[in-house]
Design a protein around this ligand. Structure first.
Ligand SMILES: [Zn+2]
Length: 338
């Protein structure tokens, strides 16, 4: 509990220094006493010397978080596939190419851990098919939190099974596009995402499935798979362009990651090729550079909550990646053992 309290306070300090105003402060946050700010929990003091005419530049706002996953993306595929938009975010943001997913290293359990912040033993989603009779993951996910705080939540996925991560009531918009059915859908994933960008959102999860599908058919790191990732990256670029055109880019936190890697034509095993994933964050107040901290897939939900000022959940195994903001690492995630 102490860890959570400290994190909540850190989050408040972070937000107050960000000047974020759009997200409704969560009830638990407003009930807390004014945090005692210690030197180690604040951003470094400004080194600007007083000018003759004092001016005030408001700190950049963080109004929304976009979480993008490229299914099955091994970190070494980013450069091999020349994913220029992802590479640009690595250069402008903080990143690690040695983040770790959970076992089983498969799509639905891993995405569930990503968006609920917990290990499979808690969220119980160990199945990897669309099984509607199983219901939804157990626990508080990032959509539950954001929607409960009055924020606009969006999930756009290329695999129907990901709809079992959160209850429909926690999503303001959900879309599933099956691009494997050989039928021309009316909208592509990125077109739907661009529509939602234009309508305004606070939390959007966008999932590109094609790389994983190509991996199962042609092999991990095969030319066909790399082409799929390159194509996904182009589509992702159009979403980023929409954020820029609407003037939202500068106030958007972008997290790019994956659910698992792969080897041969499969994944799901406890070996580095399957377990290692990229984790990239770019946006306001991010300190660019390579992260030294070990990042886990469960850290994504906690980081998204942290930047939006939403309360971190006591049951979460993940922690905010504070190093990405140049903050001292006072929170540590608990690696999943099952
Ligand atoms: Zn997957």
């Amino acid at each position: 509990m102490k860890r959570i309290t400290i994190l909540t306070l850190l989050s408040l300090v972070f937000l107050s220094s960000c000047g974020t105003s759009t997200p409704t402060p969560p009830p638990t946050a407003t009930l807390l006493p004014t945090p005692t700010i210690t030197p180690t929990s604040t951003l470094p003091p400004s080194t600007v010397t007083p000018a003759a005419t004092p001016t005030f530049t408001p700190p950049p706002r963080i109004d929304r978080v976009l979480i993008v996953t490229f299914d099955g993306l091994r970190p070494d595929a980013i450069a091999a596939a020349e994913m220029d938009n992802v590479i640009a975010l690595m250069q402008s943001g903080a990143y690690t190419l040695t983040a770790q997913t959970i076992m089983p290293s498969v799509t639905l359990p891993a995405h569930t851990s990503m968006l609920l912040g917990t290990c499979p033993s808690k969220h119980i989603v160990r199945w990897n098919e669309y099984v509607p009779e199983n219901g939804y993951a157990i626990g508080t996910d990032i959509f539950d939190l954001a929607h409960g705080a009055g924020l606009q939540t969006v999930m756009i996925t290329g695999k129907q099974k990901l709809s079992q991560i959160t209850e429909p009531a926690s999503l303001d918009f959900f879309a599933f596009v099956d691009e494997t059915d050989k039928i021309e859908d009316n909208y592509s994933l990125e077109q739907l995402a661009i529509q939602q960008v234009r309508q305004g959102f606070n939390v959007m999860f966008l999932h590109f499935p094609e790389g994983d599908l190509a991996g199962h058919e042609y092999g991990w790191m095969s030319q066909r798979q790399l082409l799929a990732y390159a194509y996904d990256d182009l589509e992702f670029g159009r979403v980023l362009e929409a954020l820029k055109q609407t003037g939202m880019y500068e106030s958007t936190m972008i997290i790019v990651t994956s659910d698992h890697g792969g080897h041969d034509t499969t994944h799901g095993h406890n070996q580095p090729e399957d377990m290692t994933i990229p984790w990239i964050i770019s946006g306001p107040r991010v300190k660019p550079g390579q992260l030294s901290e070990q990042v886990y897939v469960t850290d994504t939900a906690a980081t998204a909550a942290f930047v939006l000022g939403l309360p971190l959940q006591p049951e979460w195994d993940g922690a905010p990646v504070l190093e990405a903001f140049g903050l001292p690492i006072t929170a540590h995630s608990k690696p999943c053992i099952n």
